[in-house]
Design a protein around this ligand. Structure first.
Ligand code: NDP
Length: 254
């Protein structure tokens, strides 16, 4: 990340779901590129550990316990970020979950949980961040989608619905915010090894099926997402908006 165009020094990046998995990986990447980091999620202990991890290589980091499904929590998070660092330049709208069940087995609570976290959470955080970014006349919003916003897959009813929604709102926000100096894009990964996918990927048959669907014949690692998130957060992506960047080893191009 030594090219000046990728340098994020002086920028503030907020990463929801930054205590684990993809969010933590992206927080580290943005911190390494020079950004001040705020991570937010519900579990205080995980947040504490993640903050120490990010700090260990020299990044400045603050953490804030937040449930992204709660509007007051989300508004407090944006206020906290601006109070601590003076601006909100990059939002990685990442907090999410999945409950894999067949259509006929899904309970109403399962549906509500997934849609509330993945879609309502993204909306509330994006809206609150947009208020701040409009006053700054600058900002980058990066929504974390999934290949299941585009392709089909069993056991993904609520998850796929939420991620398809994220793809659409990414394009709408890009249009509405483009003249405010705000770029809005999404990153749509295929399977990445994280706490969320641990159980699913430990089934050998499933693992092999997944690997087989990628052109590159492997599942993704956190490091595969580092370049894409820094790119979209940086001035290198100044003329990129409304895009869904598939980071999927070629899955969706087949
Ligand atoms: P993990 O389960 O490993 O981490 C999820 C993170 O989100 C945790 O920090 C969790 O912390 C936080 N979180 C969950 N619910 C809430 C909430 N209501 N409010 C605030 N924070 C919350 O998931 P991944 O890292 O695997 O996934 C991250 C994102 O990437 C998700 O949006 C997921 O859909 C997407 N994705 C993942 C893929 C994969 O293969 N792993 C592939 C494609 C997309 P806590 O529970 O303490 O709140």
């Amino acid at each position: 990340m030594s090219l000046p165009i990728f340098n994020l020094t002086g920028k503030t990046a907020l990463i929801t779901g930054g205590s684990k998995g993809i969010g933590l990986g992206m927080a580290k990447a943005l911190g390494k590129a020079g950004a001040n980091i705020v991570i937010a999620s519900r579990g205080e202990e995980d947040l504490q550990k993640a903050a120490e991890d990010i700090r260990s290589f020299g990044a400045t980091v603050k953490q804030k316990q937040t449930d992204v499904t709660d509007k007051n929590n989300v508004n407090d998070l944006i206020d906290f970020t601006v109070r601590e660092f003076g601006s909100l330049d990059i939002l990685v709208n990442n907090a999410g979950r999945n409950i894999r069940k067949k259509l006929i087995d899904i309970e109403e609570d399962d549906w509500n949980n997934v849609l509330d976290t993945n879609l309502k959470g993204i909306f509330l955080t994006g809206q609150a961040a947009a208020h701040q970014m409009i006053t700054q006349k600058s900002g980058k919003i990066i929504n974390i989608s999934s290949i299941f916003g585009r392709v089909g897959g069993s056991f993904q009813t609520s998850y796929a619905a939420s991620k398809g929604g994220i793809n659409q709102l990414t394009k709408v926000w890009a249009d509405e915010l483009s003249l405010e100096g705000i770029n809005v894009n999404a990153i749509a990964p295929a399977y990445i090894k994280t706490p969320m996918t641990q159980g699913w990927l430990s089934d050998e048959k499933r693992f092999n099926e997944i690997v087989d669907k990628t052109m590159m014949k492997r599942v993704g690692e956190l490091k595969d997402l580092e370049g894409p998130v820094v790119f979209l957060a940086s001035e290198a992506a100044s003329y990129v908006t409304g895009q869904i960047l598939y980071v999927d080893g070629g899955w969706t191009a087949k």
